[in-house]
Design a protein around this ligand. Structure first.
Ligand SMILES: [Zn+2]
Length: 536
């Protein structure tokens, strides 16, 4: 009997982590991500693992994004001494990402301690320190994709390209039990078709159990070509006013994609002759890793290299790692393109650039990435007249360009295409890594289109992988268009019913209803999520 416990990215998009255990008690982990997005959910980072990290000999890391890798230093601090199997670029990117994450953890703890001290309370410790992160890097064990490795007696694995960011992988796992082999596939984060820089996700044709992400399970992306045009238009707008172009970008992948596109504009002669600054130490380091790892590029990116160009370079590009260089950017009058982090404008140098430029009519602000509720980036997208930056109200007079087509995630169409290859092998599908509506929609469409059995696991749910039952008929016909509003309404009605029932049973103090602390956490989590949808 094989067990899979969903320790993260189940019913949410962050904290990715799955514990797989065979009947001999051998355990492997797939991902060890940080929970992100508000106090309530981030509490989970501090909770007990639910297993002994010392017992784990193998951790498969799908990619370097912090929501998949960011709890690794804590895992090592708590006793893990096994191998972290990742593709070579993932291992390299993970080093800079974990050190950066540790720095943020230390800064947050310092800030909280000062705040607590002022209130006469005790200080707090960071989730992990730079030292912990440094220590955890020792366990990174790069393995090329596409080769089968044995990690425990009876457990074999293979990494495949996931096409999401440089080095990102799908994990295929084979577990042998009583002479029968079960294959489990974890999609990790899947890229869209024709994603810049990286190759399309590897097509896999067989699995007994499939864990598929559903970040955009209910959405279709806007056209990439249109988005490219919008990007150029936004640059030309600011240049025509002699003002700056500000691009908040995630340091890993989005920043390199923007550089790639600017490089393309430069080569076809459409990029105005102005300086381009990459103003984020983490993005600079990530770009250097991208430049080194040419063998993982897709055909189009390789072709640029073969023509003698660096896909992430152009004559006017300046890297500004130091604070002095960063400050100097806004002291120079005239147009420039500034790519800086954080991607949601909540921290980092981007705040300085917004403070200097947001109030200037004629400047361009390009929002090309996901902006969570409550972030400065989201407020700018939502058209607020002014936003608070460093406790100061800054008027939004610059033109805001929200460009929707640059996502590094597969949309519903891409996800269905990838899942379709498994259809003949009839896996049971677990839909993970998505907000409720996205996961529910994708699960429903997979069921309708491929007649596969689907399930959306809850956080901490333990799945017992039993021998599969017999096959139902395959449905035919086209994909039904997604009606988000109706799906949302159905979910609300269902939730209302369940809450009413729960209230009744709680009032009756029903003995059959066993409540644990986890249940309280789960409910509080729902409450927090509702606040995100329906802000005060
Ligand atoms: Zn990712």
């Amino acid at each position: 009997m094989i067990k899979v416990t969903c320790l993260g990215a189940a019913g949410s998009v962050t904290g990715s982590s799955y514990l797989v255990e065979n009947s001999r008690g051998k355990k492997v982990l797939v991902d060890c991500g940080l929970f992100q997005g508000g106090k309530q959910i981030e509490q989970r980072n501090w909770q007990d693992w639910g297993f002994d990290p010392k017992e784990i000999k193998t951790l498969f890391l799908t990619h370097a994004h912090i929501d998949h890798s960011g709890r690794i230093p804590k895992l090592v601090k708590d006793g893990f001494q096994g191998k972290i199997i990742a593709s070579p670029p993932t291992a390299e990117l993970c080093q800079i990402m974990l050190l950066d994450s540790a720095h943020i953890q230390e800064m947050d703890a310092e800030w909280q301690t000062r705040k607590n001290n002022r209130q006469g309370k005790k200080g707090v410790l960071p989730l992990y320190t730079m030292e912990d992160a440094e220590e955890s890097l020792k366990y990174l064990s790069p393995v090329e994709r596409d080769q089968i490795i044995t990690v425990e007696p009876g457990i074999r694995a293979r990494l495949r390209n996931a096409g999401h960011i440089l080095g990102s992988s799908i994990v295929e796992l084979w577990i042998e039990e009583a002479n029968e082999e079960t294959k489990i596939v974890f999609s990790g984060d899947l890229g869209k078709q024709d994603q810049l820089i990286v190759k399309d996700p590897h097509e896999i044709f067989a699995a007994d159990y499939l864990f598929v992400e559903s970040t955009y399970g209910n959405r279709l992306h806007r056209s990439f070509e249109d988005s490219k045009e919008e990007l150029l238009e936004a640059i030309k707008y600011a240049v025509s006013h002699g003002e700056k172009v500000i691009i908040p970008a995630f340091a890993l992948e989005r920043a390199q994609e923007i550089l790639y596109l600017l490089g393309e504009f430069y080569r076809d002669g459409s990029l105005p002759n102005i300086p381009v600054y990459l103003d984020s130490p983490l993005a600079i380091k990530a770009t250097q890793i991208f430049r080194k790892n040419k063998k993982y590029y897709d055909e189009q990116t390789r072709a640029i290299v073969d023509q003698g160009f660096d896909p992430f370079d152009m004559p006017n590009l300046y890297f500004t790692p130091t604070t002095e260089e960063s400050i100097a950017i806004n002291e120079n009058p005239g147009s420039a393109i500034i790519i800086s982090a954080s991607g949601m404008c909540t921290a980092g140098r981007i705040k300085h650039h917004l403070k200097h430029n947001l109030w200037r009519p004629g400047a361009s602000i390009i929002i090309a990435g996901f902006q969570a509720q409550g972030t400065t980036g989201r407020k700018i997208v939502d058209g607020e007249k002014s936003v608070k930056i460093f406790r100061e109200d800054v008027a939004v007079k610059a033109k805001v360009f929200t460009i929707g087509g640059f996502s590094a995630h597969a949309d519903q169409k891409d996800l269905l295409l990838w899942v379709s290859h498994f259809a003949e092998s009839r896996p049971r599908v677990f839909v993970v890594h998505g907000e409720a509506t996205a996961s529910e929609t994708l699960a429903r469409v997979i069921k309708e289109k491929f007649a596969l059995d689907t399930h959306i696991p809850r956080w901490k749910e333990c799945l017992i992988l039993k021998p599969r039952e017999d096959i139902v008929e395959v449905a035919t016909g086209d994909i039904e268009p997604v009606d988000i509003r109706q799906t949302m309404l159905n979910t609300v009605i269902d939730l209302e019913k369940k809450l009413k029932k729960l209230k009744k049973r709680l009032k009756k103090e029903e003995k059959k209803l066993k409540i644990s602390n986890d249940d309280v956490n789960r409910l509080e989590y729902i409450q927090e999520e509702l606040r995100e949808i329906l802000p005060e």
